[in-house]
Design a protein around this ligand. Sequence first.
Ligand code: GLN
Ligand code: ZN
Length: 757
Amino acid sequence: MSTNTPSIPTAVLGFPRIGRQRELKFALESFWKGTTSEADLLAVAHSLRERHWLQQRAAGITFIPSNDFSLYDQVLDALVLVGATPTRFGSGEVTLQRYFAMARNSSEQTAMEMTKWFDTNYHYLVPEWSADLTFAVDTRKLLAEFQQAKALGIVTRPVLIGPVTLLKLGKSIDGSDSLALLPKLVAAYSAILAELANAGAEWVQIDEPSLVTDLPEAYVEAYRTAYAELTKSPIKLMLTTYFGALDENLALATSLGAAGLHIDAVRAPGQVEAVAASLQPGQILSLGCVDGRNIWLSNLEALDKLIYRLTGRLESGRLQLATSCSLLHSPYDTADETKLDPRIQSWLAFSQQKLEELAALSAGTQAAPEAFAQSARRIADRASAESSFDPTVRASVASLEEQHFQRLSSYPERAKVQRNELKLPLLPTTTIGSFPQTAEVRQKRAAHRKGHLDDAAYEQFLREQTEDCIRRQERLGLDVLVHGEFERNDMVEYFGEHLKGFAFTQNGWVQSYGSRCVKPPVIYGDVSRPEAITVGWSSYAQSLTTRHMKGMLTGPITILQWSFVRNDIPERDTAFQIARALRDEVCDLEQAGIRIIQVDEPALREGLPLRNADWEAYLTWATEAFRLATSGVTDATQIHTHMCYCEFEDVLPAIAALDADVISMESARSRMEMLEAFGREGYPNEIGPGVYDIHSPRVPSAEEMQQLLKLALEVLRIDQVWVNPDCGLKTRGWPEVERALTNLCEAARATRAALNL
Ligand code: GLN
Ligand code: ZN
C-alpha cells in the first residue's frame, strides 16, 4: 500500500549478542576449556554479528548499531578502546588471553569486580581508575566491526559508552578523584571519533545513561567540558539516555550540542513533551518507544498518536523511532517458543518482534494496517484475559488490613517465646539452605526433564539426597538443619512453576554477564497458589530428624526482581499478590510443624530505583510485601531471611523494617564495615554474619571463623548472633563443605566455651 507520508527513520540501540541458540556462550566456554581455538571463537563472533545486522536490515531498520557486540562485556571493551585497562593484568596490546584474565577469576588472579548495569540484571566489569593511568587508543575492534558491516553494505551507527558515564561507572583504586582523568579521556574519545569519521561513519551513538541519575555538580561540569570538545568532531552524536527520565538534567542534556538526543519513553513516558519542548533548533529527537527491557507487545495505536503529535511539532527529519535501550536485555524471537501457551505467546515481543514493531510504527497505520490491527487485537485480548484479572486474588489483596503486615508481638516478646520453644544454644549454627548440587543431582534432574527418569524414581532419588544431607548435618552438629533444596534448580523458577500467573519460555535467554544467561519467568497474570509448594519436602525432612528443620522459601521481591514483570499493573500490586500466596505457604509450613521458616530476599537491594527520591516509596512497598508474606504466624515461629551480594548500609532501616527474627547475610568481604553499621544503627533482631565465604573454594579454619565471631560480638549482643556461611552451598563440593562446616561448628563451640556459656 502506498502512502503520502514518508516513513520515519528507525534505530536499534544494541542487539543481543549471545546468539539465538546461545552460540556465543558455547563458543566461549569451549574456548576457555581449550577444546577450540581463538580462530574458532572469532569465527562464531563474526557470523553472529553478520546475522544480527542482516536481520535488522531485513526489518528495514535505518540506524543499525555496531560495536554493540562483545566477547564478554561492553564496558571492558570501552576500556580496551581507550587503553585504560587495569595495569595489574599487564600492559601493551590487549590479547584475548589478557582480556579474559580481566573478566574471569582464575587460580592465579582475581578478575575485575563485577556489578549491576544500572537497574538491570546485566553485570559489567568495573573500571579501575588511578591518577597515574595513561590512555592509548586501540580502535581495532571498533573499526573492524564497522568495516565488517560496511562490506555487507550497511553503514552502521557505532555505539560508544560516553566518557562521563564510563568515568562514573568506575571506582578509584588510589583514592584520587576519577574526574581528574577527564581531559585525558576526552582526548582519547576525540581521537576515536576522528578515526570513525575517516572510516566513513556519519553518526555515533554515545551512551550517557548517567544523565538519568542524580548527578553531583562536578559531573554536570564534566558533561559540559567533555561535550564542548567532542561536538567539534564532524561526526554527528546521538546523545543516548535510557532507563529513566532526564528530569533536572534535561536542560544540560539538550545544551551539550549533540546533533540528536535519545530518550527512554517507555520507562519515563512523562518526559516526552518536556524534552520535545526543550530541544535546540534542528536537534533530532530519538524516541525510545519500543521497550528494550521487557517482553510485552507495544501498543502501536497509542504510540502512533504520540508520534503524530511529535511530527506535528518537529520539522520533518527531526524525529527517529527507536528501542528504549539496547535489546541486550531482551530475548531473540518468540517464534522459537514452541511450548508456550500460544495465547500468552501472542502478547509477547522479543527482539525480532520489536524490530517489526519499529518498522510498523515507522510506516504508520496507513501503510501498515495489518500490523496495527494485529497489535490492537492482541492488546485487547490480553486486557480481557481471565488470567489478567482474577477476582479472588484482587479481593484478597484489596481486603488486606494493617494487621496483615505485622507480627502479633514485637521482636523482644517473640524472642522470649521462641527461646522457650526452640531451646537453641547461644550462637546457634545453621546454613543458608542449599547443599552441593553435585553432577549426579544435575544429571538426574536433566534425565527427569527429558522423560528418561520417571517421577517416582526421581522423587525417590531426591528423598535419598535429602536424607543423606540431613544425616551429614547431624554428624556435623549443626543446630538448625535444612533439607538441602535438591528439588530446586533455580529458586525463582521453582516457585514460579508452582504459582498461577507465571509462564516459562524455552529460549527466552538474556545475558547476565559474560557467557552467563538467565531465563526469567514471565509473570503474565494475577498470582495465586493453587496448592502447597514446599510443605511436602519440609515435612518429610522434619520427619527424619529431632532437630529443627528450617523451611525454605524465596521472597516476593526476589521473585519479582528476577522475572519479566507485568506492565499493565503496578509492580507493587504484583509483589503483594506473590506475598499473599507465600503467606499461605508460610502458614501451611507452620501448621505442618515447621517452627523456623526462612524467606530469602537476596534481590531486595537490587530493586532500588536509580533516583534517590524514589527509594523510599520502593522500600516501603518492598518491606510491606515481605511482612505480608511472613507475619501470619504465631510468635513462636521464627522467621529468618537471607540477603547477599550487596552493600547494606544505605538500606539498613529497610532491613530492620522487614522485622525478621533472624537475618543471615553475606559479609565475608566487607565484614567489619557491615557489622559496625549494624552495631551503630542498633539493629534490634538477630543476625548471622556469614563467617564462611562460599564464593571461594578455600576452607576457612576454625580459628579464623572464631576470630570473626569475636569481632561480631564486639558490636552485637551475644543473644543476637548466629553462626552460618554467607550464602547457599549449592555451587560447592561436599568435601570442602564438610570441612568448612566442621570448622564452623568448632568455632561456635570454642566461642561458647571461651565465654563460659
Ligand atoms: N536458600 C538459597 C540457597 O541457599 C538462597 C540463595 C541466595 O541467597 N541467592 O541457595
Ligand atoms: Zn545468598
